[in-house]
Design a protein around this ligand. Structure first.
Ligand code: SF4
Length: 271
């Protein structure tokens, strides 16, 4: 059979035990990841060979047949037309009025209507639009736990951690080293907040790319001949409010955005 037309088409065949063996915290998140082409259906060990055959061989997020962010965005928009947006707004802590679901991304309004149309006060990039829609469709809307963990400790994050460091921590560190105003921008332009220094860092800021998926950036200045360092942390429940591919996208998207901002101010932090 061809690829699933929507996440429900996959979900209906899952055993709904939320056992986590596929690397996702819930069967719903797994169904979403299969639908988006980020996971192969065979990653669920509880499916019969008949069902596996039925879905054929979808591309894996890490394989060469990766679905483009633009394709994923279109798929998610079509999926939005199938859900009750008012119910979704309640689940994920968004506002619902005028047939639109609205929530804050980096302090700015970002909305979707029942036809999947997006409206926003910021530029619509797939790196932010895909996680936004995925959060609405598949997130559990759990309250933030308050325990910060690196990407590798999120479910499904271990394998992709070296790439996450390369595309998120390292470029952000280069920006922070050159463009010292970065952390003030995070606070003033993106609605971030300086917090008590964590893990003995010199600067710690928290920002909210999605309401229940906060991100903490910690920066250590050079000291005693040691180079500076920067690490990005997520709340430990991030992997239940958002699929791991979207968490990756948020981290790497933020790094790209900060690199562009620094460049605009005359600081070239590109590798
Ligand atoms: S492996 Fe994943 S999809 Fe399969 S039953 Fe467990 S949580 Fe659900």
């Amino acid at each position: 059979m061809s690829k699933p037309k929507n996440a429900f088409e996959v979900f209906q065949f899952l055993d709904k035990s939320n056992c986590g063996e596929c690397g996702e915290k819930t069967c719903l998140a797994f169904a979403g990841a299969v639908f988006l082409g980020q996971k192969k259906v065979r990653r669920c060990p509880r499916l019969s060979s008949e069902i596996l055959e039925r879905f054929g061989d979808e591309p894996d997020a890490t394989g060469s047949g990766e679905t483009s962010p633009e394709d994923r965005l279109e798929k998610l928009k079509s999926e939005i037309t199938r859900i009750d947006l008012a119910e979704a707004a309640e689940r994920v802590g968004a506002e619902y009025s005028g047939n639109k679901l609205t929530l804050k991304i980096l302090g700015k309004n970002f909305s979707v209507d029942a036809k999947g149309n997006l409206t926003t006060e910021i530029h619509i990039n797939p790196w932010v639009a895909v996680p936004f829609l995925s959060y609405i469709l598949f997130g559990q809307g759990l309250p933030v736990a308050g325990n910060w963990v690196p990407y590798r400790e999120l479910r499904g994050g271990r394998d992709g951690y070296p790439l996450f460091q390369k595309r998120c921590d390292e470029p952000m560190k280069r920006v922070a080293d050159l463009y010292t105003q970065l952390f003030d921008d995070i606070v003033h332009v993106f609605g971030g907040k300086k917090v008590d220094k964590q893990f003995e860092s010199n600067i710690s800021v928290v920002l909210h790319p999605l309401p229940k998926v906060p991100v903490m950036i910690c920066y250590w200045l050079p000291e005693d001949g040691l180079d500076s360092s920067l690490h990005v942390f997520f709340d430990e429940i991030a992997d239940r409010n958002l699929d791991i591919g979207s968490v990756f996208s948020l981290g790497t998207g933020l790094a790209q955005m900060f690199t562009k901002i620094a460049l605009r101010h005359g600081f070239d932090a590109r590798a």
